[in-house]
Design a binder for this molecule. Structure first.
Ligand SMILES: NC(=O)c1ccc[n+]([C@@H]2O[C@H](COP(=O)([O-])OP(=O)(O)OC[C@H]3O[C@@H](n4cnc5c(N)ncnc54)[C@H](O)[C@@H]3O)[C@@H](O)[C@H]2O)c1
Ligand SMILES: [Zn+2]
Ligand SMILES: [Zn+2]
Length: 373
């Protein structure tokens, strides 16, 4: 079918997104076509434009955070039917590889190909200007329909609004899981979340659900600090110095049990102030993406070792999409996990460059592209 899609023809050059006609193929074996309700604007797509995440192929259809209704299924598909409501997981899970069978589906072998520029079988489902087009994370949610591997689809109940559910494709489980799954948090912990955007706001909510005693949101943008407090942060700080003073005051100088880094771009100077806020034996969770070529970090390694601290990386918040996406949808239904409050502004696809500009300027917790019914 012919639809509109937002493409990067020159990734890594900050040239922005071109909205134009693309041709989307019907599903092949093991695939389904989904009519999307909405797509979130996640910072990770911007990394493709800035070159923080370099691609050696182009063009790319962006977008990896969406939800919608299945309109067609390919051969051999089991467990997914036309009419099902689904969230698109930005990482597929095959259910069979060693990582999947040991309960670590976020690190499924299939993840190796999500930035390879083709569908898992090496061919293209999307075409434009006579070229095969790769999609971000096998998905490409910057178009109103996607044809994707069904192992990236997670069914949700039909009473969950799809626009809100779109956020559960990436930012929500990534942030929530950073607290709930990756941090090794315990009831009564003091937790610091650095950067409360689309990901970090969910780390705040996850930490609240897991029983944080003190929960500090560090965020330069005032309205995001205010929202973080509405969503469960007990305190907020505009910068590291203010946060460090707060943490020292509430922990008798001991430091936080858990510090979670969810800033937009991970830069080398962030780890040291994060470690200074972390108590002996505590954990620093690194969720943010750094530029792929970044090798050096600034860290007092002596103190790091001698105080027995842990730096824990996390992919997709260490969640298991098939379990955690329906769980978060249920928490949303019960009012425990807020999603609607995270959507600051809605955009049409043709305004996608404005949406990214607004994200860079700190105007949005999440911008969302909404597709017509
Ligand atoms: N690990 C994963 O699996 C995974 C998945 C999704 C996204 N990510 C990454 O997570 C990061 C966050 O993504 P997002 O979509 O929430 O971005 P975002 O731009 O919506 O939010 C980032 C927030 O950090 C704040 N910030 C920037 N510098 C700061 C600083 N020095 N101190 C405190 N706050 C600061 C910004 O004001 C903003 O509110 C990105 O790097 C993204 O690529 C990682
Ligand atoms: Zn994302
Ligand atoms: Zn697998």
């Amino acid at each position: 079918m012919k639809i509109q899609g937002a493409l990067l023809w020159e990734p890594g050059t900050k040239s922005g997104w071109t909205v134009e006609e693309i041709e989307l193929d019907p599903p092949k074996r093991g695939e389904a076509t989904v009519k999307l309700a909405a797509s979130g604007i996640c910072h990770s797509d911007d990394h493709l434009d800035t070159g923080d995440i370099p691609l050696d192929w182009a063009p790319v259809l962006g977008g990896h955070e969406g939800a919608g209704v299945v309109t067609e299924v390919g051969e051999g598909v089991e467990g997914i039917e036309v009419g099902d409501h689904v969230v698109l997981s930005f990482l597929p899970s095959c259910g069979k590889c060693p990582m999947c069978v040991s309960g670590r589906a976020n690190m499924c072998d299939l993840g190796a190909g999500v930035l390879a520029g083709t569908s898992p079988d090496g061919t293209h489902r999307i075409h434009a200007r006579g070229k095969g087009i790769g999609a971000m994370s096998y998905l490409g949610t910057f178009a109103p329909y996607v044809t994707v591997p069904t192992n990236a689809l997670v069914k949700i109940d039909k009473d969950i609004p799809l626009k809100s559910a779109a956020l559960i494709g990436c930012g929500v489980p990534t942030g929530w899981g950073s607290s709930v799954r990756a941090a090794g948090m315990e009831l009564g912990d003091t937790v610091v979340v650095i950067g409360t955007g689309g990901v970090g706001m969910n780390a705040v909510q996850g930490a609240r659900q897991k029983g944080a005693k003190n929960l500090i949101a560090v965020e330069p943008v005032e309205f995001k600090r205010d929202l973080a407090k509405q969503l469960g942060a007990t305190h907020s700080a505009a910068d590291f110095a203010e946060a460090a003073e707060l943490v020292a005051g509430m922990t008798n100088g001991q430091g936080a049990d858990v510090v979670i880094i969810t800033v937009g771009v991970l830069t080398p100077e962030i780890l040291q102030p994060a470690q200074e806020m972390t108590k002996r034996g505590g954990t620093i969770v690194v969720t943010s993406a750094a530029p792929v070529t970044q090798r050096d970090i600034q860290l007092d390694l002596y103190t790091f070792a001698m105080s027995g601290k842990r730096i824990q990386g996390t992919l997709y918040g260490t969640t298991n999409a098939q379990i955690d996406i329906p769980l978060i949808a249920d928490l949303y239904r019960r009012g425990e996990h807020k999603l609607d409050e995270l959507i600051t502004k809605e955009y049409k696809l043709e305004d996608i460059n404005t949406a990214f500009q607004d994200m860079r300027e700190g105007k949005n917790v999440r911008g969302v592209i909404v597709y017509e019914d």
